[in-house]
Write a protein that binds this ligand. Structure first.
Ligand code: PLP
Length: 439
């Protein structure tokens, strides 16, 4: 059977790697080297003029990292991918790459807190403006907020921490009507639960630190591109400008579209951002991500099942004001979940703790199995008070926009036994509320 016909679960273990090209090593070798021999000076000419794309220097590419990039690309049916040193590098390089000089990005406040804060701390310095849609549940609002120099729409496909779901196809068609790409952060969903390219997204970014690797021992990011967006439509002069550093072997200047016709977006990230800003993923870290990707489907299935079991427990708990997850009884995202997440809408849920601030802190201190850490998608179950930690950068106004109240507790379900997880939450509620009576 040829690789093109393989399904997701086969690709996640096999794609992008041929043992016969690596001394028949069964496991992907870690090419722990800074540089690669150039061979003769004519080969060097070809390498440095991008006419031969073999590795030169690990900041730009590396065979271990390359397997990860190919595997992620094939898992999405994408044209290409580039791996980076963190999810933040993936988000920022993707947005900088699309916005160019003086462009704007249209987005929402329903994002990872670090991403929201980066809008104030990084982009103004580059002349890039950020506009926020106040109600992302209404795709029309995206259209109303577009400005002549908006160069991308950026959203999370499943948002952190409330697991809200945007209407991807509607938002993608608005972006495309205006000749701009839809860039999505698919970290919470993972490619197992959602392939955003099947619903109109042009660029997908990941924090591979989370469920994609799933073992909680690596920081990594990825950007993948569909290969379908027309970067030569006049809105992106930075893709069309001939540059000396992209010249061919005859010293004729070329532009990004000429050098990377199939992968202009990730090609430009590699040639410009990775090259000059330098957030390269090391080969050992790429290897760790590859190990995680091998078990992605099995892990996510179990995590989704655990999330449903814990959700049912929380919904019947008198000390819980509300539970937010598309599988929650009164979730307004049920129809969108059915359309975009038939395999389940992830394993992160949030609930409103019905008690004082002190009781909430005592509850966080009382869980024994859930780890109190700023992470999601780990094999171990995690708990956190996001307004005061992961989303601490949000101003009170931004918190109001996202509905992130101080009583919010976020859970990221891991791979433990669901009964043990529920028992852990039960004993923590009992400890906090025992003075007041029942659990
Ligand atoms: N995107 C999302 C949805 C995240 O949750 C995070 C981190 O929590 C990031 C991006 C940033 O990723 P990293 O920590 O790998 O830089």
């Amino acid at each position: 059977m040829s690789q093109e016909h393989w399904n997701f679960d086969t690709l996640k273990v096999q794609a992008g790697y041929r043992a016969e090209e690596h001394n028949n090593a069964v496991s992907v070798p870690i090419y722990q080297t800074t540089a690669f021999a150039l061979g003769d000076s004519y080969r060097a000419d070809r390498l440095f003029s991008f006419s031969e794309l073999d590795p030169i220097y690990t900041r730009l590419s590396n065979p271990t990292v390359d397997v990860l990039e190919r595997r992620i690309s094939e898992l999405h049916g994408a044209a290409g991918a580039v791996a980076l040193a963190s999810g933040m590098a993936a988000v920022s390089y993707a947005l900088l790459n699309a916005a160019g000089q003086g462009g704007r990005v249209l987005t929402t406040a329903r994002l990872y807190g670090g991403t929201v804060d980066s809008f104030d701390q990084i982009y103004p310095d580059y002349g890039i403006g950020i506009d926020i849609v106040e109600n992302p549940d209404s795709p029309d609002e995206f259209e109303k907020k577009l400005l002549p120099n908006t160069r991308a729409i950026f959203i999370e496909t499943l948002t952190n921490p409330f697991s809200t779901i945007p209407d991807l196809e509607k938002i993608a068609s608005i972006a495309h009507r205006h000749g701009i790409p839809l860039i999505v952060d698919n970290t919470m969903a993972t490619p197992y639960l959602l392939n955003p390219f099947n619903h109109g997204a042009d660029i997908v970014v990941y924090s591979a630190t989370k469920a994609l690797s799933g073992h909680g021992n690596v920081i990594a990011g990825l950007v993948a591109e569909s290969g379908k967006f027309d970067w030569g439509n006049g809105n992106f002069p930075h893709f069309e400008k001939p540059l000396w550093f992209l010249r061919d072997a005859n010293d004729v200047k070329r532009n990004i579209l000429q050098v990377f016709p199939d992968i202009p977006f990730t090609g430009r990230i590699r040639a410009v951002h990775l090259n000059y800003l330098g957030a390269a993923l090391g080969p050992f870290d790429a290897y760790l991500v590859l190990l995680g990707v091998e078990t992605l489907s099995e892990r996510v299935q179990k995590q989704v099942a655990n999330a449903k079991a814990v959700l049912a427990y929380l919904e019947s708990n008198e000390h819980v004001k509300w539970v937010r997850h598309p599988a929650a009884k009164n979730s307004p995202y049920k129809a969108l979940a059915e359309r975009y997440f038939p395999k389940g809408a992830g394993s992160v849920l949030a609930f409103g703790f019905d008690g004082t601030e002190e009781q909430k802190r005592e509850f966080l201190a009382s869980v024994k199995l859930f780890g109190y850490q700023a992470n999601i998608g780990d094999a171990r179950s995690l708990i956190i008070n996001p307004a005061q930690t992961t989303h601490v950068e949000l101003t009170p106004e931004q918190r109001d926009l996202t509905g992130l109240s101080l009583d919010t507790i976020r859970l990221s379900l891991g791979l433990e036994d669901a009964g043990d997880l529920i028992a852990d939450l039960r004993q923590a509620f009992e400890r906090v509320f025992s003075a007041a009576g029942k659990p």
